[in-house]
Write a protein that binds this ligand. Structure first.
Ligand SMILES: NC(=O)c1ccc[n+]([C@@H]2O[C@H](COP(=O)([O-])OP(=O)(O)OC[C@H]3O[C@@H](n4cnc5c(N)ncnc54)[C@H](O)[C@@H]3O)[C@@H](O)[C@H]2O)c1
Length: 447
């Protein structure tokens, strides 16, 4: 495959990973963003997001990647461009496509030949609407291919190199062939389909993953009531080849820049088309409730949280990222503050992002600083740094050695042997130690 210059519109997680990865494959890449600070930082070699290996990949390919604010510079250099702009939720729950429309409306007319390759996650029907808008603007020569992105933050570069599949949905065979050709060096299965189906594959994949998460979380909640251990249950279920082990980790729910908004967009897409998507509605509700169960668990052990200090360990929506979008910590911290608790928070990479989002919270630079004199430590994000939380040093630093493990990261036997009261999600509770003398604990599970 001959390398050709490629454009990338939007320098966020998807855009930067796409740019760095195609540059690694030998392409010249021009990246355009509308955020002057971001473009300036990238121009200096500063990658403004935390994604393992990304800064190194951008640096390695410095000679092949250019960053610009100027769309004309991109259009003057390439004949194919990936659209990687954000598609957040609107108040209505529908996807906000204003950045996508901005890209379309900024294209000059008449213009040079161009192929737009949509990587942003968009509702089914968007491709048809974009095609109609291009045609109405006299831009029939601009091609359009849907090529949804499936990367997971934290492992994004590896996901690009070894995708489970690449989905390509085109209106014109030649355009789809061209996009499929770009991925040829990866030797990945390519799903060639129509545009609407390509758009739906992305939404359906995310919905299926979320359904598994909410499913195992509900199993975990029942496990707590009947004395089973969800970790054992998930192991046994996951060995069934019809099911597989993935996305069966019980915890305090999913977050992030994709799942919540994509669930909402699919639910609204269905509703707008006259269908009530009951299962997805339940998946979303289970996830919302799951984030709050930590508060109940703390109350069960500490009684009222008024005046208690709770250490929130991990703030990003998942480990190995500084992405705070829809992170469970954004729900947990205000709920704890509302109950009168003092909240101290730690994260190895997301503190700067979190500061602007979590008013009333005190931030700690180290785990030890966060747990000092705390009445409870809550593992919110399963950072590897927390895997050995249950040490004598941490126990002695805490006022009450209580760990609520929202990600089932620790071994309960080890944590209890180290002198902690340990509660996971869907794991049997052992004896309760060291209850405060002044308040009666609430031992009813109020879920
Ligand atoms: N982040 C993920 O893990 C992930 C995974 C798969 C798919 N997606 C989808 O990919 C899309 C992008 O996600 P992201 O996380 O990279 O978003 P992001 O918010 O990190 O980045 C979007 C970027 O687009 C820029 N932008 C906005 N309007 C623009 C315009 N008109 N021209 C150029 N740049 C513009 C913004 O300034 C921003 O830098 C979304 O639709 C998302 O759902 C994201």
């Amino acid at each position: 495959m001959a390398s050709e210059p490629l454009g990338v519109v939007g320098a966020g997680w998807v855009g930067l990973v796409t740019a760095a990865s195609f540059a690694e494959l030998g392409h010249e890449v021009v990246v355009r963003d509308v955020d002057p600070e971001r473009v300036a930082a990238l121009g200096r070699g500063d990658v403004p997001i935390h994604e393992p290996g990304l800064a190194e990949a951008v640096a390695r390919n410095r000679d092949r990647i250019r960053f610009t604010l100027d769309l004309d510079e991109l259009l003057g250099s390439v004949t194919a461009a990936f659209v990687c702009v954000g598609t957040p939720s609107m108040y209505s729950g529908d996807a906000d496509l204003s950045a996508v429309w901005q890209v379309i409306d900024e294209l000059p007319e008449p213009g040079e030949p161009l192929l737009l390759i949509m990587k942003s996650t968009v509702p089914v029907g968007t491709g048809e609407r974009v095609r109609a808008r291009l045609d109405a603007r006299g831009l029939a020569h601009v091609g359009y291919v849907s090529n949804p992105e499936f990367l997971a933050e934290g492992t994004a570069l590896a996901n690009f190199r070894e995708p489970d599949r690449v989905v390509v949905g085109g209106f014109a065979q030649a355009d789809a062939d061209r996009v499929a050709g770009l991925y040829e060096p990866l030797d990945a299965p390519i799903v060639r389909t129509d545009v609407a189906s390509a758009e739906m594959i992305k939404l359906a994949s995310n919905a299926a993953l979320m359904t598994r998460i909410s499913f195992i979380n509900e199993i975990a909640n029942v496990c707590e009531l009947v004395g089973a251990d969800v970790e054992e249950v998930a192991r046994g279920v996951g060995l069934d080849r019809r099911l597989g082990p993935h996305f069966l980790r019980a915890g305090i729910g999913y977050g992030g820049s994709c799942f919540p908004k994509d669930a909402s967009a699919l639910k609204q897409l269905a509703a707008n088309s006259g269908y009530h998507f009951q299962l997805l509605t339940a998946v979303i509700e289970v996830n919302e409730l799951q984030k709050r169960r930590v508060v109940q668990k703390l109350q069960n052990h500490l009684g009222s949280l008024r005046g208690k200090t709770v250490a929130l360990l991990g703030l990003a929506f998942k480990p190995h990222t500084n992405d705070m979008r829809e992170a469970p910590s954004l729900v947990l911290a205000p709920r704890l503050l509302a109950e009168g608790a003092e909240v101290r928070a730690w994260d190895p990479v997301a503190l700067d992002e979190a500061r602007g989002l979590l008013g009333g919270v005190t931030f700690a630079e180290t785990v030890l600083e966060a747990v000092r004199d705390a009445d409870a430590a809550v593992i919110v994000t399963e950072w590897p740094e927390l895997a050995d939380l249950a040490t004598a040093e941490v126990r002695e630093a805490m006022r009450t050695p209580l760990i609520v493990d929202g990600r089932n990261l620790l071994d309960p036997v080890v944590a209890r042997a180290a002198g902690f009261t340990y509660m996971g999600i869907g794991r049997p509770e052992a004896f309760v130690s060291e209850l405060p003398e002044t308040e009666e604990p609430d031992t009813t599970l109020r879920s």
